[in-house]
Design a binder for this molecule. Sequence first.
Ligand code: GLA
Length: 391
Amino acid sequence: MDIPRLRRDFLRRVGHEPEKIFRAPGRVNLLGEHVDYNGGPVLPAAIDRAVYLAARSNKSTMLELYALDLDEETTIDLEILEAKQDSAGKPLPGWACYPAGVAWSLSNAGLQLSGMQAVYCSEVPIGAGLSSSAAVEMAFAVTWQAFGDWTLERMTLAKLCQQAENEYVGVASGLMDQFASAHGVAGSALYFDTRSLDWYPVPLPPDTVLIVADSGIRRSLTSSAYNERRASCEEAVAILKQQLPWIEMLADVNPEDFDNYQDHLPPEVSLRAQHVIGEIERVGSAVSALESGDCERFGMLMYAGHASLRDLYQVSTPELDMLVEIASRIPGCIGARLTGAGFGGCTINLVEEHQAQDFMYRLKAGYLEETGKETNIYLCQASQGAGQIEG
Ligand code: GLA
């Protein structure tokens, strides 16, 4: 990121230098997809593509926002957030609901927020499954924390950002994305038990890299399809609970019990639940594989995770399937799968470092040949979580 340029943009728009600059990363998820709202474990990693936010307190109740990538601006009165309007009474544009939502959930938690001028830009592509929205939310959360005289645990900040997304923006997402943006550790994936909220870093295999390939497909139906999948999981729990009264979430159902009772579920609901239960097992095996240095096994679990998202959870697309298939044939590819909610977006590939350039070249060329479409490919590092970087 060109921080001097962000400073210049701030000066041009605001007429002063920023006081502080913050960064909050996007994430990839290596395994454990659609598991976070079912109480299971996930294995994301924060990446070195992030949102950067330059800010200056304006000693008022106004939040003056400038989104550089969109070339848009708006002003919001922090005392009138519920109405989702700008300071002139017009409905808030969608992009502004993320910072406004964070302000809303922080103030509901009784925290003091200062008005500020905030200029921000993102290296995380929007709507690509790399959690650009969680990165924006976390960037604002750490900014308000730095300007306020309060400090919260990172997990609490992440939960308040999730609340902003669930209740203010209206997407029923789990906690994984905000967790990863808040807790990232350079060079490591993060094992996160979404029920107990325990977590620890799991170092990625040496001499490997993470490569993200963007299918370029964006689905506008993402939030409704996501909410539908979530509803199917809840339906599965409600039905299975008749036989297994102690269960609260799908993570409570062990695979043997599921085999015994899955016939009680409507066919589609059964497929969804089968994915979740298998995926929870895969995360456990994947962590053991990483800890014992069994890279090949880890890669096989990534491929199996993709097949399950494609066939059982049904959130893949032909383009994502094609990216995974092409990747699997390229030397040096250890594992590949779609990452994030699906319905378009990106794949994540674990690749031997010395083959990375060749892999990227071949994947791009293969995708163009098979689909006639371009793909953006990013070489990523697992990075540290959100925080202040200057000022
Ligand atoms: C989105 C949500 C996450 C998670 C993933 C799927 O990224 O924001 O909470 O559910 O989809 O694993």
